[in-house]
Design a protein around this ligand. Sequence first.
Ligand SMILES: [Zn+2]
Length: 352
Amino acid sequence: MKLKLNNESLAQLQKEIDDALVGARTTEDVDAVRVQYLGRKNGVLTEALKSLKDLGLEEKKVFGPLLNDLKNRIEEQLTRAEHALDVDQSAARDLTLPGIVPETGHLHPMTLVQHELMDIFRSMGFMIVEGPELDQEFYNFESLNIPKTHPARDIQDTFFIKTPITRKEKRDLPKTGWVMRTHTSNMQVRIMEEYGAPLRCVVPARVFRNESTDASHEHTFYQFECFVVDEKINIGNLLWTIQEIFRQLYKKDVKVRLRPGYFPFTEPSFEPDMSCVFCDGVGCRVCKYTGWVEMGGSGMIHPNVFKAAGFPEGKYTGFAFGMGMSRLAMLKYGLPDVRLFMDSDLRILKQF
Ligand SMILES: [Zn+2]
């Protein structure tokens, strides 16, 4: 539609737009008005503005300002109309409806168990220490009474690191002979060297084994290790500590029994069993109907470990125990399969 430029036609145009906006019920309606009159292509007012250049100078002086005024006014009207519709629509919203909670992540069940466990240890006066994942063979093996020829090195399939590594260490150690730690016990002599005795500490950490993975084997897993050093520490202290930790973690009066075991760095060594938290020792699928669940390794710290740390001979005794974090979490949350923790299956993870 081409606009004939005179006062009547401009007044007529203004009226048309007023009427159109009175009838507008949605923002789409308002948009349609905008396109019809101000659209870049073929908008009635846009075309009229373009046609100014064909007018004589006098006419330009008259209609130029009139058209620009009209354009500004219409733009304001359109904005107001849109805003009015917005307000209208928000009035229709029910502000008492509960909001949509945005989805956020949360801590993994293993992390939750680790935090809870560390809180328990902390409340009992233990210090929590972390250490290097890449460590010297000395700390991972030799200092723990596992010399180079010891068959126990074969029990723990190890990632040996070939690259020579220079890292500042207190002890003068060769640049070669590095391993990914196979257990948290690598921290025992390090901590004894750093802090001396007496000691009450716990080491939660990631450890590595050079194993092909299958249903029951992982190359990386989480452990914690607890050890206490002082004069006159005995097996009774070990048994009580394990029992108390489990009692607080599982919120149940559990029983613990020690079966004889073998670890090079403890003497005597024990494998602790906990009475099954699911059946209270009666027998169920989780405990394979024995009433007991195996809980890792423990024992009295071997004199050779104290010797490696430079402690005076015969002065101190101590106990140590270590466990897999996933086992603790599995029993805590009643998950039947340890692999579920590593699967990233949201159906499982969202339950925590
Ligand atoms: Zn059971």
